[in-house]
Design a protein around this ligand. Structure first.
Ligand code: NAG
Ligand code: NAG
Ligand code: NAG
Ligand code: NAG
Length: 404
């Protein structure tokens, strides 16, 4: 018995090494087939050093203990928060943001970065992926950076931290066993060498306060979630998210006529309601005198509405500019008079992502030139002169009554 154990161990070790060697080659042949993706994650797991594997289960790393809630769940997402009691502490020059300028969800985090001047004040730089190609229908190999081996795309950047070619390389640096999507935004911690968070709603809320201790008082005072408006913000967010922010995608990606005809109502029911809410508050922001999360969430979808969703996602019951005078007036003001909005808005990235990478929707990948202009000019600062508009289609009006 005692002489067989070493032989047995030897054979098992050789077996595993050969298997690991074979699997190592797999990522390079991965075409996104579910079976290959599983094998690829196994390969990443076997190749990963023990510390990386431990990280995923919440073990100690660099003296910091990562909570198990940080990176968990069936979708493998990251939910870390920057807080003084760690492990992700607010520090200068410690964090880096990855975004795509096309993405309305990444737009939220990038907006806060600009608005709170986190680049200048705490050294939070940004890397920007190209808007296309993303890869096959399973998302492999995913978003690319500007890279010496690739065509340069204006407004995209290199991976400023690692010089990666693909965003998936960043995800695998955080977790070699990563099985989720390679989505933006991603907040990276240079000190612990891992992803803090990739959830845009959490980043929108957290980034606006996370670094307040390091900011000048005037900047620290800026909040998108003011105490006296939290109740109203919390009441609006669920229907706004589901019917508008995600609603345009539900219409655009509807698999058949029946689903589309139903889903196209949601965005307009939400816009009808938002138009009235904005009007009742009297401007200049959607909820009155202060900029709030609702402005950021609405902006990210509305700035893409006439330019993309109206034609590409067939959300064509109305354009913002023709049927929603209050929202259109607000949108002009946000875009033309607030550089944190304008600086984070790039219409070429936006239009080309949708129209050049979704070949089932737009097989010839021809990008429509209009509408002209992308955003109208001429803000009316006296909101009492505005009459709220909307879509009066009976099905939309019925749905609107059920929101909130
Ligand atoms: C965060 O990552 C998970 C796993 O890939 C993904 O399902 C989720 O959609 C991501 N969040 C965002 C906002 O992209
Ligand atoms: C910041 O907010 C506090 C509390 O509202 C206020 O007292 C203070 O004057 C503000 N500081 C600046 C610089 O805006
Ligand atoms: C927007 O970009 C301009 C030009 O680069 C810059 O001067 C301005 O400070 C930026 N705005 C914000 C809010 O960062
Ligand atoms: C924000 C957004 O809609 N991004 C899209 C860009 O294009 C890819 C397809 O290649 C979509 O999957 C993304 O959702």
């Amino acid at each position: 018995m005692s002489s067989r154990v070493p032989l047995y161990t030897f054979l098992v070790t050789v077996g595993i090494s050969v298997l690991a060697g074979l699997l190592t080659a797999l990522p390079y042949y991965n075409d996104g087939h579910p079976m290959l993706q599983r094998l690829t994650s196994i390969a990443h797991f076997i190749k990963s050093p023990p510390t990386t594997r431990m990280m995923a289960t919440g073990a100690a790393l660099d003296g910091a203990t990562l909570p198990s809630s940080w990176h968990t769940g069936s979708d493998d997402s990251f939910h870390g928060r920057i807080t003084a009691d760690g492990p992700f502490q607010p520090e200068k020059d410690r964090y880096h943001l990855y975004v795509g300028l096309f993405c309305p969800f990444a737009h939220r985090a990038n907006f806060v970065r600009e608005w709170k001047q986190l680049e200048a004040l705490v050294g939070m730089d940004v890397s920007v992926v190209k808007p296309y190609p993303r890869g096959n229908d399973k998302g492999w190999p995913g978003w690319r950076f500007n890279h010496k081996d690739q065509d340069h795309y204006e407004g995209a950047t290199e991976d400023k931290l690692f010089g990666s070619e693909y965003l998936h390389e960043v995800y695998f640096k955080a977790d070699k066993d990563y099985k989720g999507k390679y989505s933006v935004p991603v907040l990276w911690d240079k000190k612990l060498g891992t992803i803090v968070n990739n959830e845009s709603a959490e980043l929108l809320r957290d980034l606006q306060t996370a670094f307040n201790g390091l900011l000048p008082q005037e900047m620290a005072n800026r909040t998108l979630y003011p105490q006296d408006q939290q109740k109203e913000i919390d009441a609006i967010e669920p229907w706004l998210t589901s019917n508008l922010n995600a609603g345009v995608y539900k219409a655009g990606f509807a698999p058949n006529q029946e689903a589309y005809s139903k889903m196209v109502l949601g965005p307009f029911a939400a816009l009808n309601k938002l138009e009235k809410i904005a009007h009742s508050h009297g401007g200049p922001y959607l909820l009155g005198r202060d900029l709030t999360e609702i402005d950021i969430r609405a902006y990210a979808t509305l700035i893409r509405f006439d330019t993309v969703y109206h034609q590409h996602f067939k959300c064509n019951l109305a354009e913002i500019r023709h049927k929603y005078p209050v929202l259109n007036n607000w949108l002009k003001h946000m875009y033309w008079d607030h550089s944190a909005f304008q600086n984070t808005t790039d219409f070429r990235h936006i239009k080309e992502n949708y129209t050049k990478s979704m070949l089932d929707i737009n097989p010839k990948a021809i990008t429509p030139v209009g509408p002209w202009p992308n955003v109208e000019e001429g803000y009316e600062s006296d909101w009492s002169k505005l009459q709220p508009g909307g879509v009066d289609m009976p099905e939309v009006v019925e749905l609107e009554k059920t929101l909130g």
